[in-house]
Write a protein that binds this ligand. Structure first.
Ligand SMILES: [Zn+2]
Length: 367
């Protein structure tokens, strides 16, 4: 099966899970229900001693890590690799922790709550489902799988944050606890390989502690936890290139977890992790250069961000100007000159420019 669209219909995901569950190394069950009564599925794989809890789409519109997960799991079906891995690892996979958000393509759940700010409050049924499986499964490692918007670049360079990782903090002091150190070590294993494909386009997230974030909560409980953030790769708005990179990250990680646990050099591990540049909000999707006729007005760039929406099962990208009250991003994933826009503007009165530009940009650059 292939998962190539930006939107993953829950039924499509479910049919994949059911087909995987035909293999004896897999089993499929229902953990509980969402606000709107949708099932929250658990796919189990393997019976090895090392237990890994993975969840994706707790933010329903973050599909890239789910796509990568389905493609990866597919390689374990009826394969030597699968049989080998099943001896070492047990995976408890929750492909859609927020199935209502996944269906509607929204970050929040059906009560408009961010499930990644509900780890301690437990105000939502999805949060309770997670807590129950966390307590009963007793994972040795957690993978908290997310996608990030195209607004992220990296400090100190023009690079976009194609992928970002975080070894979440367990306390306000952001102490290097044993769990955190192990998460850093595993992130370093993945980035060492991914840097060969991506150069320096990999970042790390801000590690300010927030116990209501799920990753911080798990780390606080002493379980190494890795946050994955699948970002934007050049003009790949379906994010299939990013999904392929995430799939590679899973392969590297699970291979590593089948190897004997090494002795960790903590200083070198922390230093290598901190070498990853921090994420920074400094990107937009498109900059139109030198808009407005320069003989009547200073040359001015227009900053455009795509707003995603689900329409008849397909994600649309609506081109919107970044508001005057928002600081302009430093960089864009694409730069264009638009002489046609400039000649149109020359024909208009200046007071009509802003409404004309908003409409023009929406029509010409949305996709
Ligand atoms: Zn997220």
């Amino acid at each position: 099966m292939e998962f190539i669209a930006r939107y993953l219909a829950p039924d499509h995901i479910l049919s994949a899970l059911k087909s995987f569950a035909q293999d004896a190394n897999f089993s499929l069950s229902v953990l509980g229900k969402s606000v709107k009564g949708r099932s929250i599925y658990r796919l189990n794989f393997g019976s090895g001693p090392k237990k890994i809890l993975l969840w994706s789409q707790m933010h329903g519109n973050e599909t890239t890590t789910t796509k990568a997960l389905l493609h990866y799991l597919q390689t374990l079906v009826n394969s030597e690799l699968g049989n080998e891995l099943a001896k070492h690892l047990e995976l408890c996979v929750i492909p859609m922790l927020n199935p209502d958000g996944a269906a509607a393509y929204t970050r929040l759940n059906a009560n408009e709550v961010d499930l990644n700010r509900d780890a301690q409050d437990l105000s939502q049924p999805e949060s309770l489902v997670f807590r129950e499986v966390f307590n009963s499964f007793k994972p040795d490692l957690c993978l908290n799988l997310h996608g990030q918007r195209s607004i992220y670049g990296l400090t100190g360079s023009e690079n976009p944050a194609v992928l970002s990782f975080l070894a979440p903090a367990a306390d306000d002091q952001r102490s290097i606890t044993p769990a955190r150190l192990e998460a850093m070590r595993l992130i370093n294993c993945m980035t060492a390989v991914l840097h060969e494909d991506l150069g320096q386009q990999i970042g790390r997230y801000d590690d300010t502690f927030n116990g209501n974030c799920l990753g911080d909560y798990c780390t606080q409980q002493g379980v190494p936890t890795i946050l994955f953030e699948a970002g934007h790769y050049q003009q790949d708005y379906t994010r299939n290139n990013t999904a392929a990179l995430i799939q590679k990250a899973y392969t590297v990680l699970f291979d590593e977890l089948c190897s004997p646990q090494p002795v960790i050099d903590s200083d070198a591990t922390v230093a290598a992790y901190l070498e990853l540049p921090e994420n920074e909000i400094n990107y937009c999707d498109l900059i139109l250069k030198d808009v407005l006729p320069s003989d009547v007005h200073d040359a001015k760039d227009l900053y455009i961000q795509y707003k995603e929406s689900l329409f008849e099962g397909v994600i649309r990208f609506k081109a919107e100007l970044i508001g005057a009250d928002t600081p302009n991003p430093e960089f864009a994933h694409r730069y264009e000159n638009d002489p046609e826009l400039n000649s149109e503007l020359k024909r208009l009165n200046q007071e009509d420019w802003s409404s004309f530009i908003a409409d023009y940009v929406l029509k010409k650059y949305s996709h």
